[in-house]
Design a protein around this ligand. Structure first.
Ligand code: SF4
Length: 365
């Protein structure tokens, strides 16, 4: 199967253009059970076993995103595996330790000048390695549930940067999103609003002219777009990125390093270059958080560092994301860097270059 159009013709033959290109239709027609999944994907015995056992993280995928992932390693990120039932060393349901330390309901205030505001638990498609798999797809909140968090932000002048996340914030209706952004913009000390989202990739038809006008109205708004492979940048996604960029919405990417999905330099280089061509700055490459049952996704840290080293050797800085791990239990995000400094002494630094040679560089004493 070559294209999204072929997929649509084969599995959703009754969908007209006005349906397929409507984000509500996409959500209403999600693939969310074993039978429809088996019709659309060539299920392995493992995936069948996972469905038979009952999935722990909710399962659903929009028809559009199923078409984009089908036949690529991205299938692993959306289809359940029985390995999700294996909890490895140091894996827990809430690896970042968010739940016990909400500053207000649904609000994490871990870094002094920033706050993370969770506004929904719903996603159009669910990722099998979701850091918030404990919440994703569970009972959703209402706009009234946002009030304590909004009050907290308004009374903490040190918060200059609010990251709206979930779940999937761009799944809120235009009216709710506009109201939320208006409330935040009315707080004088909130300078920057960021939105963590996978929607431009998993549901590009949600990036409507109306949505773009709402985001533009509340600029500066940064979208941190969750994306793992270049195949996700289809013609539809490319249009969504460019429509957003044309309207001054700042775009950065967040990629999760995943075993068997994107854990090699060629794959990541192709992704980063395609992002840049579509006006998205590669921002973060995350080590997969140790949620319970995610061991089959985790890439050894040494391998991640070696991949980053190779990326630096092969492309320019604009195409390089920051490789980062979030230390469990609220101890913060840190950049993981290869150590090229071998020694600093007597006004000379000994530096290992990418070819494995050591050179001397003058240091201030
Ligand atoms: S889109 Fe984000 S919040 Fe939703 S399931 Fe994937 S990782 Fe989790």
């Amino acid at each position: 199967m070559d294209t999204i159009q072929d997929f649509r013709t084969e599995y959703f033959p009754n969908a007209e253009d006005k349906d397929w290109n409507n984000w509500h239709w996409q959500i209403q027609n999600r693939i969310a059970d074993a039978d429809k999944t088996a019709e659309v994907f060539a299920l392995t015995p493992e995936t069948k076993e996972a469905f038979a056992d009952g999935v722990k993280i909710p399962f659903a995928v929009t028809p559009y995103y199923a078409a984009a992932c089908k036949g690529t390693p991205l299938e692993k990120t959306i289809l359940p595996s029985p390995k999700e039932n294996i909890t490895n060393k140091l894996e827990v349901a809430d690896p970042l330790g968010e739940e016990p330390c909400f500053a207000a309901p649904n609000l994490v205030h871990r870094y002094n000048d920033r706050a993370l505001f969770l506004v929904t638990n719903f996603c159009p498609s669910y990722c099998r390695y979701c850091t918030r798999g404990r919440r994703a797809g569970r009972e959703d909140m209402t706009v009234n549930d946002w009030e304590p968090a909004l009050k907290y932000i308004a009374t903490h002048p040190e918060i200059r940067d609010v990251l709206i996340s979930g779940g999937e914030p761009l799944i809120l209706s235009d009216e709710k999103l506009d109201a939320l952004l208006s409330r935040l913009r009315a707080i004088p000390h909130v300078e920057i609003i960021r939105i963590g989202t996978k929607v431009p990739v998993s549901l590009p038809m949600r990036i409507t002219p109306e949505l773009i006008q709402i985001l533009k109205k509340h600029n500066p708004v940064f979208l941190s777009v969750h994306i793992n492979r270049a195949e996700e940048i289809t013609a539809e996604v490319s249009k969504a990125f460019n429509d957003l960029a044309d309207n001054g919405i700042l775009l950065g990417s967040q990629t999760v390093l995943l075993n068997g999905v994107n854990d090699d330099a060629d794959t990541l280089l192709t992704l980063m270059h395609k992002l840049l061509k579509n006006r998205v700055k590669p921002y973060y490459l995350f080590q997969c958080d140790p949620i319970a049952g995610s061991g089959h996704f985790r890439v050894p840290l040494r391998k991640g560092i070696a991949i980053m080293d190779e990326l630096r050797r092969r492309t320019s800085g604009y195409a390089i994301p920051t490789y980062a791990i979030d230390i469990p239990n609220r101890f913060g995000k840190i950049a993981v860097l290869p150590n090229h400094i071998q020694e600093c002494a007597n006004g000379v630094v000994k530096i290992l270059n990418f070819d494995g040679n050591v050179y001397e560089y003058p240091d201030a004493e």
